[in-house]
Design a protein around this ligand. Sequence first.
Ligand SMILES: CN1c2c(nc(N)[nH]c2=O)NC[C@@H]1CNc1ccc(C(=O)N[C@@H](CCC(=O)N[C@@H](CCC(=O)N[C@@H](CCC(=O)O)C(=O)O)C(=O)O)C(=O)O)cc1
Ligand SMILES: N[C@@H](CCS)C(=O)O
Ligand SMILES: [Zn+2]
Length: 767
Amino acid sequence: MVSSSNLGFPRMSANRELKKLVEAYWAGKVDHQALVDGAKELRALHWKIQKDAGIEFIPSNDYSLYDHVLDHLFVFGAIPSRYANIPSSTDKYFAMGRGLQRPAEGIDVPAMEMKKWFDTNYHYIVGEFSPATKFHLQDTKPVDQYLEAKALGIQTRPVILGPVSFLALGKESSDAPAGFDRMSLLDSLLPVYVELLTKLQAAGAEWVQVDEPILALDRPAEYKAYFAKAYTTITAAAPQLKFFLASYFGRYSSNLDFVADLPIHAIHIDAVRAPGDVDIVVSRVQGKTLKVSVGVVNGRNIWKNNLAQSIETVKRVIAAVGSDRVIVAPSCSLLHTPHSLASEKKMDAQIKNWMAFSVEKLHEIVTIVKAITAPGSVDAILAENAHAHELRKTSPLIHNPEVQAELKAIVPENFRRQSKFEVRAQKQQQKLNLPLYPTTTVGSFPQTKEVRVARQKFKKGETTLAQYNEFINSEIQKAVKFQEEVGLDMLVHGEFERNDMVEYFGENLKGYVFSEYGWVQSYGSRCVKPPIIFGDVSRPYAMTVETSVYAQSLTKLPMKGMLTGPVTMLQWSFVRDDQPRSETTYQIALALRKEVSDLAKAGIPAIQIDEPAIREGLPLLKEDQDAYLDWAVKSFLLATTDVPDETQIHTHMCYSDFNDIFPAIQALDADCITIENSKSDLKLLRAFEKYGYTNGIGPGLYDIHSPRVPPADEMKSRLNAINKYIKTNLLWVNPDCGLKTRGWTETEAALRNMCEVAKQARSAPIA
Ligand SMILES: CN1c2c(nc(N)[nH]c2=O)NC[C@@H]1CNc1ccc(C(=O)N[C@@H](CCC(=O)N[C@@H](CCC(=O)N[C@@H](CCC(=O)O)C(=O)O)C(=O)O)C(=O)O)cc1
Ligand SMILES: N[C@@H](CCS)C(=O)O
Ligand SMILES: [Zn+2]
């Protein structure tokens, strides 16, 4: 009989309980036992939600206090030596994720690198591997959490990151010898997987979900052998366990040639991103016994499933392989969608009726199964679902003829600045008169509790708009004064008025709605609340001009306006699924073009249009990438080119590997790009040199995700290293990213060090 399954449940819970718990632990407000007990309670609640919804295959070990890749590094003992002398195991775990500075104990370790999890806004911790890496099972979290659920009467399917993805998603550590390939560690890693799987088998697990999302990427030929070796070894070692292999976020593509022949018991298809894979996989598994998990419910978006369509897809698979071999599932883990719609009391009821968050998605999965196993039993739900889809399709809320007309009127000149960079740079320097190694920041200053509480009070109606604005203006005044004092050359207003760099604009643009509780984990305890694009996007009023003009009025130094770029606005929102992503992005770009132009007209000399998500949005398979880069670059250009040469356009990118999109970065033609760099081991800079990047560039001098204050010497040697690759006249000095997650004390110490480093560099500039 066809069965229902989930691949992973969001960890934060309905009101970000996990975030609050972990942060309370870090702040010393609760002890270790409270952390352990609190997390256990949340897991129990989440298992119960899934069981009550009627899900048969419920995941365990999908839960994590920080990140599931970090959990695996910890479980397999892949802990870099710099963390060795942190005595407590929990502190060590968190230090790997976020760094730790305890001068009294002689502890000062930066965090490990974070990277985007495929094309999502979730960040994972990047493993570091060298010939010295010695794997051992140093923690049994997957077994412990399986037993925890079992004790509650819930048989779960533990989720583990597969051995090939585990290594592939890491990197060679900086002390690894040249030519060392981390995949060569597979042989020494497999025995530890075997040990873990044997323990899971002994504990009573029937199935294990092995995630190998690396299969959604183009893989070199060697991967066939890696997978064959890994899966022959681990399946043979735990013969009573059934292996559910999951890849998601895209097509198996040519990887299917070897995946279908692995000795596994079920294979998952992301039927939302890769609908074509359904028939391809089905034909490849004909004559075999393995089950097919059909991921028809979208784990990456919040729209209601088209149940009739999904039922048809599942029935097609059943017809081909038989109902006993079919599993209905979300397309990927539900980690990337918010907890439940039930908490949303303020959202427009019509639009809310088009949506499903994680809990509702579980019910969709079960409804699809019931529609097949007990025909007629869910007819009312199916009718309601069809009606909601019909209403959405024909809703006047969605379409705006003015926006459509503006899109049609775009001409090629709208994608070009007036002059080339060299000409613009001269005019800008005449106006700005910046020193060599000009210092700046990426935009945000600490979003303190005070700022957030002030916004919360205003939103609740406890303070007036005038009071809120007065508060924000006083924060801007403090930030401007602070920047002048520490010696920065180009200032920012600090982004205090923004809850988030995307959500804020979503709240101001037409065509968007936003949720109250639609939180999604971004990294560690940090969450984002992606706004929801439901219709044509337009700008009803200038969104940032007043604030930037106010900030500029407080100083003689140049002020940088601050906007979020069109691709990032798209990528970090839940987007409409009824038109191509490119079309939605052009709509956002048109709205931003008006804002950029208004800022320039208001006398703001520099405008930064952040595009941190441009690399994240890159399609996973090479054959799809050029088309994306074409519209992504054009969208940025559309947003940024309606300004005179004298206006300096900045952009900013972070937390991705940018090497493979270099030509596109150059094509953005920004006057300056500030880019996350401090943990990139100079790889990024080599690419800037290799591709002969011609415009201004500010590679980050320090990591901003850790409370650790970078010593001046550390930044000085980083700047010297950078200067070997980037010409001095193009070089800017700045942190990796915005400072919103930092406190003022460490921000001041770090920026003072940074400005001092720039000052010293000016006294002996490298030609
Ligand atoms: C640059 N990054 C961003 C990404 N995606 C985005 N959408 N935005 C980004 O900035 N992706 C890549 C990186 C990820 N980095 C970060 C960095 C920091 C955060 C973060 O700090 N998130 C906050 C939530 C931010 C927010 O929306 N705050 C609201 C609501 C505040 C709140 O919780 N209020 C409390 C009351 C106040 C209090 O007691 O503190 C409440 O409602 O209970 C606001 O400021 O108004 C986080 O806390 O996780 C995310 C990604
Ligand atoms: N301007 C934003 C960019 C973050 S990627 C900030 O400073 O927070
Ligand atoms: Zn950034």
